[in-house]
Design a protein around this ligand. Sequence first.
Ligand SMILES: [Zn+2]
Length: 498
Amino acid sequence: MNTRHAIKVLLVVLLAAASPSMAWGPVSHIALTYEAGVKSGFPVSQDLIGAYLAGSTEPDVGLDDGMSEDYGTYHSEDYAKAIESVAQRKKSPDREILMARAAGMRSHIAGDSAAHGKAGYAEAKLMFNGSQTGLPKHATNELVTDMIMYDRNKEALKKQSLNFIDVDTMIEVRKEFTRMTGHELANDRDKLKKELLNHKAMALTELSLAHHLSTSDPAKIDQMKAEYSDLNQGASEGNGANQAITRIAERAKPCEDLSNFKTANKGFKIKNYLENSLLAKSMQALERGALKLTKSAAIRDSLQNFAIGKVGEGRNKAFVNFGVNLLNKDLTFKQAVFLAGKATSGYPDDQSQKLACLEIEAEALKAERDKAMAAYNNRPWWKFWLIFTQSDKKKYEQLEAQYQAKLSEIENTRNQIADTEPEIPATDAAYNVAIVECAAEDPVCINVSADLAELQAKAEAAYQKYLAAAAAQDQTKIKEAAQELEDAREKLKAAAKQ
Ligand SMILES: [Zn+2]
């Protein structure tokens, strides 16, 4: 297993996950379907859950390149009925397996119905208070959600199986669909076979990635969960996991009672796949590669060249970086997000967004520096060669210099932001000038200038009152007028700042 192969594996997932037509990723569909079953009872027997869960991903077959002419077909109740119609011609257990698959496809459609469109979670969810991250929002939300949904069902899913459809049965169903609806479908066997393989590879690779992260870097999964704490409720109009689960429980039904059906043909065990697959091993290889990424220009460049060949758009390149960063244990989730975006699109144009990005970089550098400092200070006696090479000391000093450079960059950016902020006038006369200038030039200011003029008049009146009290040497009135003047000035300052 070499790094290049591991990178290819990750790219398969990331490119497939970048498809914006999906509402939930494949792992989320499996997990939501599973949670609905735990909550309200499974519509099929234990032996048929493999077909039911795999079926819950299958309407998205062919979407791996982002577009599928069959999207509408597979996301329809007519298609589920066509599966059930083909099932009637089959012998047991193929008959029952197909009916369980149809129920799984209904689960998919029900889950999607809670998450499609602008208000759907993948579209509506904003990370880190809507900061510009440089990452494609939809694809990133979908991938992170898949990781979280796997983690929260990890123990249960490991005991389950997946039973995907084969290409010949799929063609039979497609022909049945045409017969039932009159809607013609092209049945290019090679093309469909490739789509099925891609679909399976994507679902399984995402499961591997999720499993790897949740076992090797649980802290990062916890950080994801904290940032996506609205996943159940939804980012808007309740379009989150809870609603999807409720709808699945209501709508994912088979056409006959399958609750006691027994079969040995359950599909393949998720657990075996996670432990033995080439993909699972390549995740480990990739992680080792990713750890070296920051140090090895060769690996980084080969990754980026590879990505550039496959990934056209800048935002997709950022997404590939994000995937690599996810596997880097030295980075927090937040750092993985922001550093991925920055690596492709540079700093955001907005200065305060840039500042946020710099601060995250400084945080990452500080953690690395602290680690290097501890290694240097606690140098074990038997590492005698370090006395001569001082490589641990050099490493620490290098990181310290990088960290200090980042801090001064932060300082510069802060100063630039401060320079561009309007200066608050110090005297009443300066206020008058500022208000007049503002009212004449700035359309926002013109709208509020009436209020400002009123506040200005109040401040002026308070000032006159103060002068009169001072002339009369009336201590009580002086104090009162001084307070009034102070209040009026504060209000004026606040209004002028807006
Ligand atoms: Zn879908």
